[in-house]
Design a binder for this molecule. Structure first.
Ligand code: UDP
Length: 352
């Protein structure tokens, strides 16, 4: 069986690390990796391949820094060329980026089977580019690997019982990665305070809205007077901050770090504050509470079980939640399948 894996962004590298490791156990499966180039900086791309021992991409399309339409269009064209040459049995795509939708569309039009890992997630916010990518990708995938029962329910509510595709609750591939790498942590090259908050901010709905950015950063800056905040900063957010006069002097801002450094920080932080999808779950995997600076989340089971609180971008709500909210403390719940997603996914592809 020949699988083409399409990846291009940081969270996809992390997911692919877990799945490629599983594929490598099967002599009769050949994996060809296409890196679209969506993330290309050394600390947003290369470091993940090195640290997580992801096989070197067979194709590097080097498509980045463009508008959504131009990026997706160029990916579509270049991925199609590779697919025509390689003639795979499956195209495997992850999550909700432009690389995801471009890969699915290129494959489907060539009648190549499409497997979507992390299917069925919804924020119900169609202003998010990720939401558009998810919905369209799910609809043209042949096999949909859902990380949670919520994702399965979302698809059922959209009438997927009447659509010719296979839906499987595989569990969450990010838990496989978190479990495999949890004891391989690496200390980042900074002084780590005894008690600190781990923060990331990169969602367009925050970074592209100056009011939301100001409110979030101002809340964080106030909280950091009490508890240090370590903020590995995504290049998108760094660019916005550079052009602004937001007050951020109390924050410990560092360059984006590799996954093993994140594991180190996750193992030791007091709490996570983020707008990242992946980090919300990692907080749970590493038994940390999470404050999510978004208006909605795809990972509703974390909110419903009080491991995570959604606070939007409201300064007072962010601060009040940090200082006063009592989170759940018993993390002994299997919300994401327990770290066996890679095996379920490969077994299902073989059996299809
Ligand atoms: N991450 C990382 N280094 C960083 C910031 C995040 O390795 O400096 C990891 C994080 O632990 C998580 C993933 O990147 O596994 C999440 O990616 P991101 O927040 O970019 O995307 P999202 O999950 O929101 O799609």
């Amino acid at each position: 069986m020949k699988i083409i894996t399409i990846i291009g962004a940081r969270p996809q590298f992390i997911k692919a690390a877990a799945l490629s490791r599983e594929i490598a156990k099967h002599d009769d499966i050949q994996e060809i990796i296409i890196h679209t180039g969506q993330h290309f900086d050394a600390n947003m791309s290369d470091i993940f391949f090195e640290q997580m021992e992801i096989p070197k991409p067979n194709y590097n399309l080097n498509i980045n820094g463009l508008s959504h339409g131009a990026m997706t269009g160029q990916m579509l064209e270049k991925i199609e060329t590779v697919l025509l040459e390689e003639k795979p049995d499956w195209v495997l795509i992850y999550g909700d980026t432009n690389s995801t939708i471009a890969g699915a569309l290129a494959a489907k039009k060539l009648h190549i089977k499409v497997a979507h890992v992390e299917a069925g997630l919804r924020s119900f916010n169609m202003n998010m580019p990720e939401e558009v990518n998810r919905i369209l990708t799910d609809r043209i995938s042949d096999i949909l690997f859902c990380p949670t029962q919520t994702a399965i329910d979302n698809l059922k509510n959209e009438g997927y019982d009447n659509i010719n595709c296979k839906i499987i609750n595989s569990g969450d591939i990010m838990q496989d990665a978190a479990m495999f790498y949890s004891n391989k942590e690496q200390k980042p090259n900074i002084d780590i305070p005894e008690k600190f908050i781990l923060t990331t901010i990169h969602r367009a709905e925050n970074t592209d809205d100056p009011k939301r950015m100001e409110s979030i950063l101002s809340a964080l800056n106030d909280i950091a007077k009490e508890t240090p905040i370590i903020l590995p900063l995504h290049p998108r957010t760094a660019n916005i901050i550079k052009k602004s006069d937001f007050k951020i002097d109390n924050l410990t801002i560092i360059e984006p770090v590799g996954y093993l450094e994140m594991v180190y920080l996750l193992n030791r932080c007091e709490l996570v504050m983020t707008d990242s999808g992946g980090l919300q779950k990692e907080a749970f995997f590493f038994e940390k509470s999470c404050i999510t600076m978004r208006d909605e989340t795809e990972w509703v089971e974390l909110v419903n079980n009080n491991f995570n609180k959604l606070v939007g971008a409201d300064k007072n709500k962010i601060k009040d939640t940090y200082f006063n909210h009592q989170f759940a403390t018993d993390f002994n719940q299997n919300l994401y399948g327990g770290g066996t997603a890679a095996r379920s996914i490969i077994e299902a592809l073989i059996a299809f």
